[in-house]
Design a protein around this ligand. Structure first.
Ligand code: WT7
Length: 632
């Protein structure tokens, strides 16, 4: 097991060591895992290309470390505890032995269907155990998984399947979601009708059992998996072989496939899990994220299983059957560590305290927060109503690209402060810079957040387009990884993440590129031009505000706005639907034709009184019209 820090003095000395001798420090952590061949070199890197290699030449398999390694010592311990959507349906458990057997069976089924090392397998599934089993089955045989959140549209799914030229899709028939069942396979069928020629097989997991259309490529999961052997040798992977691809939005273009590799990701997710959640052997750990996002990859599946933990997987939603569901589940399973997003906390807070006060939450020891800045009110409510003032809050800052948590208090070890992700984990070297890349030294400063040294789970490339990876993360400032976030360091050295400084918005903890939403809107034939910005939203953190110039033939504006929402839902998914749509005669532009987003953001935030100097605009006259029609 990787080191678990126990005291403040230890944190300080371990942190110092990790900066003075990163290779020695990470080698020690990596040595606690099983490798079939030890690495020749701990780290080989440059941020210029970038070319980053951890545990170079080492060979291992992440599932041997997440499953086989535990069989002797904790084979009968629950690995995955699954809680269904319906509170009256039974929960389900998989011990490490059982999970190992299921993963091997699924891995053999993948092989029998022509999947091998390096092939890409797309997952489009609800939060059922088969999703975790399937993902681990890929890792077992060296296939690369690409999980697509099951709320994305058929178009978005097709884009991702094509970008990674996936050979197989694994899906469910339907998804139980609150009081509704949602078709899942239908979306896959629609995506495949958009020409995903690389797909040879669709493996369909029977979840609700409702009718589905059947195509030539379709096979039932149970037909393929059930009869397989429970023994499947683990493919020995190079430390830098790709483990998975996960798509995420950026400020320009289509979502990109972030690539993570086996060795570094394994070491860092296990290390960060143990330390940030202070996991103890008999604890029940629950992360409410969906496996479709990086949080689910790193802190439902890999980190916890590598650490031999009991990790809960929840199929449902926080408000079904009522707003007490999270707390009812915490009581039922005596959850010790609970990890969720500020947007969920704010939403539940709005339903009133009675839903949380009804339940016995005395098992809770650590509370985690992730995905967006947590405002002080939500932090206090979480602390007082959920944690009863006894559970330190780990406000964890990280990104799809970082693979694991980089900045967070260590509960019970370092202090906590509302809104502050606070301190870097060992091995993490944050730096604040001004727009010219000059380091802002000392405390009480605010700047752009970068990292000056690689940690093991840093992004390696963007799938099929290395230049894009270089451009987006490694070219803004020389020899630094640029996060896209602004941050402030307080007088005591704690870090507070302020938010994105690029054209990325964070809606309910989901990342959305404004350009991506604009491209979707522009698919509507009566849109001349559009501009999308974020605005403060009480529950979602940020909402989506779209300004649209329509063509002259719009007669019914309400109908048009409805169609705009529909086209975004079709192109991306309901999570990208604009909260506000304003029809405008023009968009404020600079003389060089660039949209002045600063003005649009101010108007969308209801803060149009002081727009600064607009005299340099190409078309200052549109500003009045934009202000007049504002929905804020
Ligand atoms: C962006 C990354 C990795 C977790 C899920 C989101 C924002 C994330 C925090 C936090 C303030 C946060 C940042 C970051 N973010 N955690 N604790 N405090 N902001 O992953 O979709 O890759 O988004 O989420 O802006 O850049 P993601």
């Amino acid at each position: 097991m990787p080191l678990q820090i126990k005291s403040l003095d230890e944190y300080k000395s371990v942190y110092q060591r990790s900066v003075d001798d990163p290779e020695g420090f990470w080698a020690e952590q990596a040595e606690t895992f099983n490798w079939s061949k030890k690495w020749d070199k701990v780290l080989d890197w440059n941020f210029r290309e970038p070319d980053i290699n951890w545990f170079v030449g080492g060979k291992t398999n992440i599932t041997e470390n997440a499953l086989d390694r535990h069989l002797e010592t904790r084979g009968d311990k629950v690995a995955i505890l699954w809680e269904p959507n319906d509170p009256n349906a039974p929960s389900k458990t998989y011990t490490y032995k059982e999970l190992h057997a299921e993963v091997c069976k699924a891995a053999n089924a993948l092989k029998a269907n022509g999947i091998g090392k390096g092939d890409r397998v797309c997952f489009y599934m609800p939060m059922v155990p088969e999703l975790a089993i399937g993902v681990l089955a890929c890792a077992r045989i060296g296939a690369i998984h690409s999980v697509v959140f099951a709320g994305f549209s058929a178009t978005a799914l097709a884009d991702r399947i094509k970008d990674a030229t996936c050979k197989m899709v694994i899906c469910s028939d339907y998804n139980h979601r609150g009081a509704k069942n949602i078709p899942v396979k239908k979306v896959v069928d629609d995506a495949l009708a958009m020409g995903c020629e690389s797909i040879e097989t669709v493996l369909v997991h029977k979840n609700t059992g409702e009718d589905v259309a059947w195509n030539d490529v379709d096979k039932w999961w149970h037909d393929e998996v059930d009869g397989q052997s429970t023994d499947c040798p683990a493919e020995q992977m190079d430390s830098e072989d790709t483990l998975f691809i996960l798509y995420t939005s950026g400020s320009t273009g289509k979502p990109k496939g972030v690539v993570h590799t086996v060795g570094g990701y394994m070491v860092y997710t296990a290390f960060s899990f143990k330390n940030v959640f202070q996991y103890q052997e008999d604890d029940i750990y629950w992360c409410t994220a969906d496996i479709g996002w990086i949080t689910g990859h790193s802190y439902i599946i890999y980190g916890p299983l590598l650490a031999g933990a009991t990790t809960m997987m929840f199929e449902g939603v926080p408000t079904y059957p009522d707003a007490g569901r999270f707390w009812q589940v915490c009581e039922k399973h005596k959850v010790n560590q609970f990890y969720t997003a500020p947007t969920a906390i704010r939403a539940l807070m709005a339903y009133g305290d009675e839903f949380v006060e009804k339940y016995d939450l005395s098992s809770l020891r650590v509370l985690g927060s992730v995905g967006e800045p947590i405002n002080e009110e939500a932090w206090n409510w979480y602390n007082e109503k959920v944690g009863k003032g006894n559970c330190p809050i780990a406000d964890t800052w990280w990104q799809t690209e970082t693979g694991g948590i980089l900045i967070s208090p260590l509960p019970g070890i370092t202090d906590t402060k509302p809104c502050y992700a606070s301190y870097p984990l060992p091995g993490v070297q944050p730096i604040l810079v001004d727009p010219d890349g000059n380091e802002l030294t000392g405390n009480d400063v605010e700047g752009l957040l970068c990292m000056k040294f690689p940690w093991p789970s840093i992004i390696r490339t963007t799938y099929g387009d290395h230049e894009r990876c270089r451009q987006v993360y490694f070219s803004t400032f020389q020899d630094m990884y640029f996060t896209g976030d602004g941050a402030r360091r307080d007088k005591d050295g704690r870090l507070r993440i302020i938010g994105r400084v690029d054209d990325v918005i964070n809606v309910s903890g989901h990342r959305m590129g404004t350009a991506e939403v604009e491209n979707a809107i522009n698919e509507h034939p009566q849109v001349v031009e559009s501009a999308v910005v974020g605005f403060p939203h009480e529950i979602k953190g940020q909402g989506i505000y779209a300004y649209i110039i329509p063509s002259d033939d719009i007669v019914d504006e309400d109908q048009f706005i409805k169609e705009i929402r529909a086209v975004v839902t079709k192109e991306i998914g309901p999570i990208a639907k604009p909260d506000q749509v304003q029809v405008v005669p023009g968009l404020p532009k600079t003389r060089s034709g660039k949209i002045m987003r600063r003005i649009l953001r101010k108007v969308a935030s209801g803060d149009a009184s002081n727009l600064g100097d607009i005299s340099t605009l190409l078309n200052p006259e549109v500003v009045e019209a934009v202000k007049k029609g504002a929905k804020a």
